[in-house]
Every structure is written in C-alpha cells, then in structure tokens.
Design a protein around this ligand. Structure first.
Ligand code: 13P
Ligand code: ZN
Length: 271
C-alpha cells in the first residue's frame, strides 16, 4: 500500500527533500521562529499520469486571485502555522502537495494529508504565475525572517531604491556575485494580503530575485529552493558584517564603486 506521494516520483521526492534540508537551515540560522517563513515549489514537471489520477483530499479552495498561467500546475507548499524545524524532519506532515484547478482560481490538496497551505499563498502563487508567464526557469520561492535584513528595514534611510543593495554589495565581494540583482523593497503591507502579492510581483518585475517586505522578512525566487536560500544567505551575511562594524563603533567603509564594477565585469553580472 502507498504511504506517500513521494514514493510515486523520484523527482518530487528529491525536490521535497531539498525543501526539508532548507527548512532545517532556516531554523538553525534563527530566521524561523515558531511558524515563521514559508516555501513553495512548482513541482509540475515531476507529476506523471498516475499522480494526476489521484483524488483530491480537500474541497475546492479559493486561490484568492486568478492565476491564468498556473492551470493544472502542482506545488509543494509549507503548511500554515507549521514550523520549519518540524518540516525539516517530516515535510509531508508539515506541508502538502496541491494542484491548481481548471478555472485557475481554486486549488485542491492532493497529498499526503489535508495540511492547509501557508497564509502567504497569494504572494507565492502570484509570483509563480508571473514567472511562468515570463518563461522563467525559476521554480522555487522562499519567504523568511532574517534578523539583520529585517533590522535594516526598520530604518527609512535603507528603504530608498537600491540603497540597501549598494550597502550590502559593498560589504564583501561575494554578495554582488551571488545576489547580482540586489534587494528590492516592498513597503509594509498586511502579511498574507493580495496587495502584498501584487507589490511583490511588481518588485520582482523590477528585476529583483530577492525583495524585502519592510519590517517583516524577505521573499526570494530562484531555480530551486537551495539557490533561493543562498541568495538570502549572502545578503544576510553582508547585513551581519555591517552590524558587526557598527557594533565595533564605526560605519563600515564598504568596497569602492570601482571595486564593485570589477566584480560585475569579472563575473559577467546582469546589472
Ligand atoms: P504561515 O505559517 O502561514 O506560512 O505564515 C508564516 C509567515 O511568515 C507569514 O508571513
Ligand atoms: Zn512572514
């Protein structure tokens, strides 16, 4: 007898395994208090005909908005109110696999148990819809609460366009190399709201892979969940270096514009 959908697809099992590993890192980093943060991954490519035949285990649930490019798409989603540290051990008891229905406005839970998806589903699905529409290879999205980056967002001086990006890039060469689009800024909005979802897409469309939700957390996209995590990790490393300098009583100098341009040239960075 089948016990988990993960036994039906090696690709799905591997992807959910990566989500669980990442969830463990989020907890270890101190970015995932209680149920803080959420992860979704578009897993449609791993869904075969047998999985498509599985019955829904929930009623049709409203997606909150219409997602024209997600018809019939499948997602692994962290469960709402579930802890990252628990998901790390047991991803299918702390998250679920859902499919978007034909009307592009609802979803249903298919496996393994009826765990309701994250309250930030509007932002996650809106961003996945945007990525598919654009032909992007990105399949993973991550929302998390990194302490240093959230702290920066409490100071209006860092909220101007690309002010935080330049500061963070200038702390250590790797940050620009591995988060080459920098940090977009989304002004404070109610968590879980459709408005926050819209503003997040706008920021991602402004060519950021990572956006700051002011006084709340970051939202990151990439090809897979490990890569999305890495982009946040390098930004947070820079925030910690900046904070360490300030704690030692000085304003960190930062790399010069010439040094940062050299990084762009050598790594062939997008902007
Ligand atoms: P969920 O538990 O619903 O995923 O919410 C966590 C969170 O960080 C909301 O912004
Ligand atoms: Zn949050």
């Amino acid at each position: 007898m089948k016990t988990s959908i993960l036994e039906m697809s090696a690709g799905l099992a591997d992807t959910v395994g990566q989500v669980a590993e990442t969830a463990g890192y989020l907890w270890q980093k101190g970015w995932a208090e209680r149920n803080g943060g959420n992860i979704t991954v578009n897993v449609t490519e791993y869904i075969d005909d047998d999985i498509r035949k599985l019955p829904a285990i929930s009623p049709l649930l409203p997606a909150g908005t219409v997602l024209p490019h997600l018809k019939g798409c499948w997602f692994y989603c962290k469960g709402t109110q579930k802890r990252m540290r628990d998901l790390a051990r047991d991803p299918m008891a702390n998250g679920s696999v859902i499919r978007i229905t034909e009307d592009c406005a609802h979803y249903e839970i298919v496996a393994d148990s009826p765990v309701a998806p994250t309250s930030e589903l509007p932002s996650h699905l809106a961003v996945h819809d945007y990525l598919i529409a654009k032909g992007s290879p990105y399949r993973a999205s991550l929302h998390t609460h990194p302490i240093g980056l959230v702290a920066l967002s409490h100071c209006s001086r860092f909220l101007g366009k690309d002010v935080a990006t330049r500061l963070l890039w200038s702390m250590i060469p790797e940050t620009k190399a591995f988060c080459p689009r920098g940090l977009g800024i989304v002004p404070y909005m109610l968590p879980g709201s459709v408005e926050l979802a819209g503003a997040t897409i706008e920021a991602i469309d402004d060519d950021y892979d990572v956006v700051m939700w002011e006084k709340h957390g970051v939202f990151a996209v990439d090809t897979d969940i490990m890569s999305a995590f890495d982009q946040v990790d390098v930004l947070e490393k820079s925030a910690q270096i900046y904070i360490a300098g300030r704690n030692m009583g000085f304003e960190p100098e930062g790399m010069t514009d010439v040094q940062m341009r050299e990084i762009s040239d050598v790594f062939g960075l997008p902007k």
